[in-house]
Design a protein around this ligand. Structure first.
Ligand code: SAM
Length: 219
């Protein structure tokens, strides 16, 4: 079976049957498609593009506001999407808004741990920056800070093998996070300094020579 099927199976195992799921940055839509069949429910996909290859319930997204009602999903998926966001906290705020009480977000992220991982991330950034803007990769500590600043707590997390996708061999992590009202009350201010901390928390900066040589623009 393919990558999308395997990921859908992994996600389905972390969710209750018949959970209503939103797949943010659903790409070709095949994860959402397989997950719908596994959970016996409709999975809604959002992305900044016009359409998906798989036939799913798809909504185009402006990159800022999910065109969805408050508290309408049991779970939100972000599969290798948050590093594309120009403001990860803004996206997570929207995730929090559309999640029902007790709902969870499931997040897959590339982690630039070793020089090798950084090279893979650098290549990924080169492929995507012209389409959706520069990527911001974070280390484990950086994602923890970002989740906390967006008012989430980590329910579980684990490392995934970089060899699970031979075409994109990078260290990666799987997170299940839940909105934490208490953390939200403490952190959800309009304080721009806090936003900046979130945006730059442990964000990967490629070395100067790479910036100069390859014109990198990763914050
Ligand atoms: C690496 S692809 C992953 C696609 C899919 N989630 C998967 O795992 O197969 C990243 C996706 O994020 C989308 N994307 C980029 N910027 C985004 C944003 N600000 N909000 C939501 N999705 C975004 C891209 O259009 C692309 O489909």
């Amino acid at each position: 079976m393919g990558r999308a099927y395997d990921m859908a199976l992994e996600v389905a195992r972390a969710l209750p049957p018949r959970a209503n799921v939103l797949d943010v940055g659903c790409g070709n839509g095949f994860i959402a498609h397989h997950l719908s069949g596994m959970l016996g429910t409709t999975v809604v996909g959002l992305d900044v593009g016009d359409s998906t290859a798989a036939r799913i319930n798809y909504l185009p997204y402006d990159g800022r506001h999910f065109p969805l009602k408050d508290q309408s999903f049991d779970a939100v998926l972000l599969c290798y999407v948050l590093h594309h966001a120009q403001d990860a906290v803004l996206v997570l705020n929207e995730v929090s808004r559309v999640l029902r009480d007790g709902g969870v977000a499931i997040i897959y992220e590339d982690i630039p741990s070793l020089w090798w991982d950084r090279m893979v991330c650098w290549t990924h950034n080169r492929q995507w920056r012209g389409r959706t803007g520069p990527c911001t990769f974070r280390l484990e500590q950086g994602w923890r800070k970002t989740f906390t600043l967006a008012g989430f707590e980590i329910v579980s997390e684990r490392a995934l093998s970089r060899w699970r996708n031979l075409a994109h061999p990078v260290a990666r992590r799987f997170y299940v996070i839940r909105s934490n009202q208490r953390t939200r009350d403490l952190t959800q201010t309009d304080n721009p300094a806090l936003q900046q901390v979130a945006d730059h928390a442990q964000a990967v900066r490629f070395p100067k020579w790479a910036d100069r040589k390859y014109g990198l623009d990763v914050p």
